[in-house]
Design a protein around this ligand. Structure first.
Ligand SMILES: Cc1cc2nc3c(=O)[nH]c(=O)nc-3n(C[C@H](O)[C@H](O)[C@H](O)COP(=O)(O)OP(=O)(O)OC[C@H]3O[C@@H](n4cnc5c(N)ncnc54)[C@H](O)[C@@H]3O)c2cc1C
Length: 474
């Protein structure tokens, strides 16, 4: 494998091929995953500076039989972007591909290199007078290539869809090192199979995304945020229906947060004043983006909340008076994972269930977990508007979180995933499969779908060089 290093250096330049041969070079930023659940060992980290260089690197690796792990910001949560521990895999880091190539205002599109950081896209769009709506807590580090490879969701899916829905065209280097020039800005193109949709969500197993054409939207005239206490999950679902009716396309966010999840934020970040959580099992965070004015947005919100109070689905509510207050409310929601980490290691799930069935799913699964693992604490929160819950399980109070994970993780996962299957849900709503859930797919995916996925992988990457063992088990 070492014979591959010189050709790689010739392609991208020696400074952009990082190896363990130089003791001064620390590769941990590329080899450790975000949650520190896996540490691999790469043959090399290769940092190409152009699509042509990516193609040449892939060709050289294919000739040498070396497998490739594409990597963007390395913020993925399912151990998909780091090498295994064999010391033979090449990490292909896309972060030097970081140009905004073009913005087409009339076509409402922007074309960007895959290594652009998500926040850069948001800022470039805003500077040009547009909105790029993909937004998630890792936006300062994750790349658009990684967002597309994982079909990332985030906080505005209820209105704008996930990364797939925002993408019109792709440029991709295939497993053979060829370049597919698919950077179309077309909204209508029925000329055969949709290759874009194959690559989006393929987690680096079918091709290397080098650029994308993404949709832009008009900037809203006003954005208002409200926080409501609801007496039950059923009420939260009813409130979602009312919000769709009253706000229409203005509804850009609808998050639910369980009382225990909020109690952790109040406990570990007391400087953040969490409203209304003490006397209610759930709170909801709603966002209304309005194309007219703030006054219009506020009037719409007031009518919605009045109806909700009358129907008994909201017991108390606050509407943010300023952008600063709105940010503070969102910050509370985004602090839940950090508060959970402060409380100790926990078992994370990122599931989706049809919205209408979420209350029954939670009632049944909460009771099951309480019966099977007495004292286990449920940290339930998520993008209710998308039917997506982070249904996490924390060790019993005072217990040893490490021992809890060691002894209970497999059992808890089976209980939760079996319940998800009974409710026609998905075991991965946002984060993907990676290597963390690859062994689960054969149990929970339709067998015909799985067989078709294997055929597609075989056809597109017959040498199994691109991110082997991710998504599909080896
Ligand atoms: C704090 C935090 C909050 C998050 N919030 C959300 C959220 O709200 N919603 C959500 O959906 N996700 C969320 N995520 C996870 C999310 O998947 C990632 O943040 C992001 O989409 C991955 O982008 P990345 O550039 O870091 O990709 P990486 O982590 O580098 O890679 C992720 C996967 O994509 C592949 N890949 C990366 N770049 C390319 C490319 N150019 N071509 C082909 N394959 C590639 C990798 O091989 C890997 O399989 C969150 C993560 C963190 C840490």
């Amino acid at each position: 494998m070492n014979a591959l290093l010189d050709p790689l250096r010739a392609i991208v330049g020696a400074p952009h091929v990082l190896t363990h041969d130089d003791p001064a070079t620390d590769l941990s930023a590329w080899e450790n995953d975000w949650r520190q659940r896996a540490r691999g060992r790469a043959l090399a980290v290769v940092r190409p500076g152009s699509t042509a260089e990516v193609a040449a690197v892939v060709k050289a690796c294919a000739a040498a039989g070396a497998s490739i792990v594409p990597q963007g910001g390395n913020t993925g949560l399912v151990v998909g972007s780091v090498p295994d521990d064999s010391g033979t895999q090449v990490v292909l880091s896309l972060t030097r591909l970081n140009r905004v190539r073009a913005i087409d205002g009339a076509n409402l599109t922007m074309t960007v290199d895959a290594g652009c950081v998500l926040q850069t896209l948001q800022e470039a769009a805003e500077q040009a007078g547009f909105l790029f709506p993909l937004s998630l807590a890792a936006e300062g580090s994750c790349t658009i290539g990684g967002n597309l490879a994982t079909n990332a969701g985030g906080t505005q899916v209820v209105r704008y869809g996930n990364a797939r829905d925002l993408c019109l065209g792709l440029e991709v280097v295939t497993a053979q090192g060829e370049v597919w020039h698919g950077l179309t800005g077309l909204r209508k193109d029925n000329t055969g199979y949709d290759l874009r949709d194959l690559f989006v969500g393929s987690e680096g197993t079918l091709g290397v995304i080098t650029a994308a054409t993404m949709k832009l939207y008009p900037l809203p005239a006003a954005q208002l945020t409200a926080w409501a206490a609801v007496p039950s999950l059923e009420s939260a679902v009813t409130l979602l229906g009312l919000a769709h009716q009253h706000l229409g396309a203005g509804l850009t966010g609808f998050e639910v947060m369980g009382q225990f999840a909020l109690s952790l934020v109040a406990k570990h970040f007391p400087q953040q004043r969490v409203p209304l959580w003490e006397d209610t099992p759930y709170c909801v965070l709603l966002e209304n983006s309005d194309s007219e004015s703030e006054a219009h947005a506020r009037a719409q919100f007031e009518r919605l909340l009045e109806t909700a109070f009358e129907n008994g689905v909201v017991s108390d509510a606050v509407v943010a008076e300023s952008l600063q207050q709105a940010h503070a409310l969102w910050h509370i929601r985004e602090s839940i994972p950090l508060a959970q980490a402060e409380e100790g290691l926990n078992i994370k799930h990122d599931i989706s269930i049809p919205v209408s069935r979420i209350p029954a799913f939670c009632a049944e699964t909460d009771a099951l977990l309480e019966h099977e693992i007495p004292g286990a604490r449920l940290v339930n929160f998520g993008h209710l508007g998308d039917g997506n819950l982070h249904y996490n399980v924390q060790a019993p109070a005072g217990g040893d979180p490490k021992a809890f994970l060691r002894e209970q993780e497999a059992r808890v996962n089976t209980l939760v995933f079996d319940a998800v299957a009974r409710f026609d849900g998905s075991i991965s709503a946002e984060h993907g499969v990676g290597s963390l859930k690859a062994d689960k797919l054969p149990h929970y995916k339709d067998p015909v779908a799985l067989a078709l996925m294997r055929s597609i992988k075989q056809a597109m990457d017959p040498q199994n060089l691109l991110n082997p063992g991710r998504v599909l088990p080896r």
